[in-house]
Design a protein around this ligand. Structure first.
Ligand SMILES: C[S@@+](CC[C@H](N)C(=O)[O-])C[C@H]1O[C@@H](n2cnc3c(N)ncnc32)[C@H](O)[C@@H]1O
Length: 291
């Protein structure tokens, strides 16, 4: 079944925001001032010369001034390192018109999406859950962005689940902390709600979606390489540290029960389509296909 039959217009699951670009090197972003903030949050400046980008360490041609936001427990929460910038540029390039953003973060994406930078966005509405993030980032972003910007404190999931009033040309979502295939049901559920808020030509962009799909396909490839009657045991043994893999992969095992999967390509194509249709149950803990 072609992807288009299960995913409505407005979302391109083949878009992978890891595509290499060096546009980020020529598009300056406004740096958040380093400092300490209420509640124990802090922004630090770091100059990097060599840094991992996706799967390799790169030596940069010139030192890069980066910002790191740490939470009150001293954990790195967000950064504007090259990998982040590359992914945000790719999403920015696909953006136009009035954009709804789920998750302000360090405010990189709108600076790349705006018309005159990498994209064609003309106005931004941001929904951000953290008041601290708004306080830290909004002053810098408001000064830097040459476009109307409205930042609302709130939960993007609740907003998207509500009635569609304003229609957006682009909806960019980046509210999941890690790129993990187990996040796909939650991300897909957000996507399906977001599609209802688009203009007819609008599009939904999801940070890291191509990467998450690839992680899912890799996990499927591994489980399907095991003989059919040993797959359940293999999964349970492997999933010790990652129990979230069990509800994700059990439907794959069930679908290919008794099938040794001698031809991997069509099996993985089924897995990919399956991944596109998983959505989170209301409690966010289990997964079931929508199609
Ligand atoms: C990784 S950052 C986004 C980075 C951003 N794309 C940028 O350009 O810098 C994720 C942001 O989403 C916010 N967030 C997480 N869950 C949210 C939710 N349910 N609704 C709104 N914002 C949320 C976090 O507080 C954080 O600011």
């Amino acid at each position: 079944m072609p992807t288009g039959e299960i995913i409505p217009a407005g979302f391109d699951p083949d878009f992978d925001d890891r595509a290499w670009n060096d546009a980020w090197q020529h598009l300056p972003i406004a740096p958040i001032p380093p400092g300490r903030h209420p509640g124990g949050y802090r922004v630090e400046r770091q100059t990097v010369r060599a840094i991992p980008i996706f799967d390799r360490v790169y030596q940069l041609s010139a030192p890069l001034d980066c910002r790191l936001l740490f939470d009150p427990d001293g954990r790195l929460w967000m950064s504007d390192t090259p990998q982040e910038r590359i992914m945000m540029v790719n999403n920015g390039r696909r953006s136009r018109g009035h954009v709804l953003i789920g998750g302000l973060g360090l405010g990189l994406y709108p600076q790349y999406a705006v018309a005159g930078a990498a994209g064609q966005a003309t106005a931004f509405t941001v929904i951000e859950r953290s008041a601290v993030v708004c306080d830290i980032v909004a002053p810098t972003l408001t000064r830097a962005l040459d476009a109307p910007l409205e930042i609302r404190l709130g939960d993007i999931a609740a907003f998207l689940a509500g009635t569609a009033t304003t229609r957006f040309d682009t909806i960019f979502l980046d509210v999941w902390d890690t790129l993990d295939a187990a996040a796909l049901p939650y991300v897909n559920a957000l996507r399906d709600h977001a599609l209802r808020h688009l203009t007819p030509e609008g599009r939904v962009l999801l940070w890291g979606y191509g990467w998450m799909l690839e992680l899912f396909e890799t996990a499927c490839r591994q489980v399907l390489a095991v003989p059919p009657d040993a797959r359940r045991g293999w999964l349970l043994a492997q999933a010790g540290d990652a129990p979230q893999a069990i509800p994700l992969l059990m439907p794959v095992i069930e679908h290919f029960a008794d099938d040794p999967v001698e031809d991997e390509a069509p099996a993985l194509a089924w897995c990919r389509r399956h991944a596109l249709t998983l959505t989170a149950a209301p409690d966010g803990t289990s997964a079931y296909p929508t199609g």
